[in-house]
Design a protein around this ligand. Structure first.
Ligand code: SDX
Length: 430
């Protein structure tokens, strides 16, 4: 990219010029890749609040407007009119599929849902009370020990097979992690079910009776997957890109993304948000917790609130809230005390000066926990479901990084504030 604008920098009494690149939409960038060579200085941006790490065509977020586009399509439209498997095709290929393309893609994914039978033994190495995310990190990383024929990242065909294997097998692995945690036998995927219905089947069916997947819950699950599919260069996606920049195989890169997503500030927030709502318990306790969230001396934060990019309502949270009400209604759950607490907490927080001034709004994790709990998932499975859905985003971003001719191994520098050089002293003299 080259634009005729440039940025001027005056540092240590010298003037420097750097190119400015414009995107299709959103903030332009100042290309500082030659800064160190020109000035002998680094930029400093811990947390990368002002740093664009790459060029991308996959997802665009406008944090001020609260908009999220996947390949240009608004998340609300994809969630309302599309399906998760169609969104996977869009994220991977850049365009919505024709009916034939979608049918071929869905068949290919369906045909990859089974796991190598020998991998079942991996699960039995974990304690029964192991957190399912620990199992996900271990088993997804272990895929590279079973699918050697799709680990050569320089072979486009192998990248395509590995991408499809990851998208297809992640629900099977997630369901197996759940079954293992509740001591029930693993349930094989079925080729006559769609992606979300198949996942619910593998989670909640048992060999002793025929189980019918509720189509309303399957549609809600599918929509929840769409909402979590991709989100620009968030922490876990950046982890996948950085791991991939060294040439690591795709299975290891996605395992690294799962590990990063686990943190309560990121994908672990849905589990933490539900635990927080449970701890609050009743509406009358809300003011005490809001006061704690505002107290600089109290590390407590309202989980499910705030976002690095969104300084407006997270568009996914609105769809998530609507889905939450649909699921509770379908299940005949009239007065869920947690939902009462969540809605009152949202009302209070959105009218509180502290949250208004810091532009803290509910994010996607605020309502997802209530929905998933109502569907029968334990809180420990919430981040697993986030990882399941985000796998397609990680895979699409990983492919874009590998195919970018300008990509190099990611290797940030630092501002060193430690000891300067000094000589070793004999222990007798210390
Ligand atoms: C996800 O990046 C992505 O796109 C992530 C994600 C995705 O799809 O991949 O959207 C998924 O991770 C959503 C976020 C889930 N996390 C949570 O809900 C955890 C609670 N939220 C926060 O921890 C926080 O808001 C973050 C981590 C999400 C964002 O942190 P930032 O951008 O680093 O902001 P910050 O921590 O610097 O906060 C700015 C100010 C601070 O106050 P001051 O120091 O300026 O006085 O806002 C305050 C914070 O104390 N603040 C909160 C708060 N979040 C921020 N105060 C109370 N409760 C909160 N939730």
């Amino acid at each position: 990219m080259s634009d005729n604008k440039s940025a001027r920098l005056k540092s240590l009494d010298k003037d420097y010029n750097f190119d400015i690149h414009e995107g299709a939409v959103g903030p332009s960038v100042i290309d500082v890749s030659s800064l160190y060579a020109q000035t002998g200085q680094f930029t400093y941006d811990p947390g990368f609040t002002s740093t664009a790490s790459c060029k991308s065509t996959i997802t665009f977020i406008d944090g001020d407007e609260g908009t999220l586009l996947h390949r240009g399509y608004p998340i609300e439209q994809l969630a309302d009119k599309g399906s998760f498997i169609e969104t996977c095709y869009l994220l991977l290929n850049g365009e919505l599929p024709s009916a034939q393309q979608l049918q071929e893609f869905e068949t290919a994914i369906t045909r990859h849902t089974m796991l190598h039978e020998q991998m079942n033994r991996f699960f039995h190495g974990f304690r029964r009370d192991a957190h399912p995310m620990a199992i996900m990190v271990g088993v997804v990383g272990a895929l590279s020990a079973f699918y050697h024929d799709s680990t050569d990242i320089n072979d486009p065909y192998q990248r395509m097979i590995a991408s499809r294997r990851l998208i297809a097998k992640i629900p099977t692995i997630a369901a197996m992690a759940y079954k293992y945690s509740v001591g029930q036998p693993f349930v094989y995927p079925r080729n006559d079910l769609d992606y979300a219905a198949n996942f619910l089947h593998m989670c909640f069916s048992v060999p002793c009776e025929d189980t019918h997947v509720n189509p309303v819950l399957a549609r809600a699950m599918d929509r929840i997957f769409i909402l979590h599919a991709d989100h620009e260069q968030n922490a876990s996606t950046s982890t996948v890109r950085l791991a991939g920049s060294s040439g690591a195989n795709p299975f290891a890169c996605i395992a690294a993304g799962i590990a990063c997503l686990w943190g309560p500030s990121h994908g672990g927030a849905n589990e933490a948000a539900l635990d927080m709502l449970s701890e609050i318990g009743t509406v009358d306790k809300i003011p005490e917790f809001v006061a704690r969230a505002k107290d600089k001396n109290d590390p407590f934060r309202l989980m499910g609130f705030g976002h690095r990019v969104y300084k407006n309502y997270d568009p996914r949270a609105r769809v998530m809230q609507k889905t939450c009400h649909e699921v509770l209604s379908e299940l005949g759950i009239k007065d869920d005390p947690l939902l009462d607490v969540a809605m009152e907490l949202e009302r209070i927080a959105l009218s509180d000066e502290y949250f208004i001034e810091k532009k803290l709004y509910p994010n996607i994790d605020f309502y997802s926990g209530i929905t998933l709990k109502a569907m029968g998932f334990p809180t420990t499975m919430f981040t697993v479901l986030f990882a399941l859905a985000r796998t397609v985003g990680w895979v699409a971003q990983w492919n874009e990084m590998v195919e970018d001719p300008s990509q190099r191994i990611g290797r940030p520098r630092q501002l060193y504030i430690g000891a300067t050089q000094r000589d070793y002293t004999d222990i007798k003299t210390r």
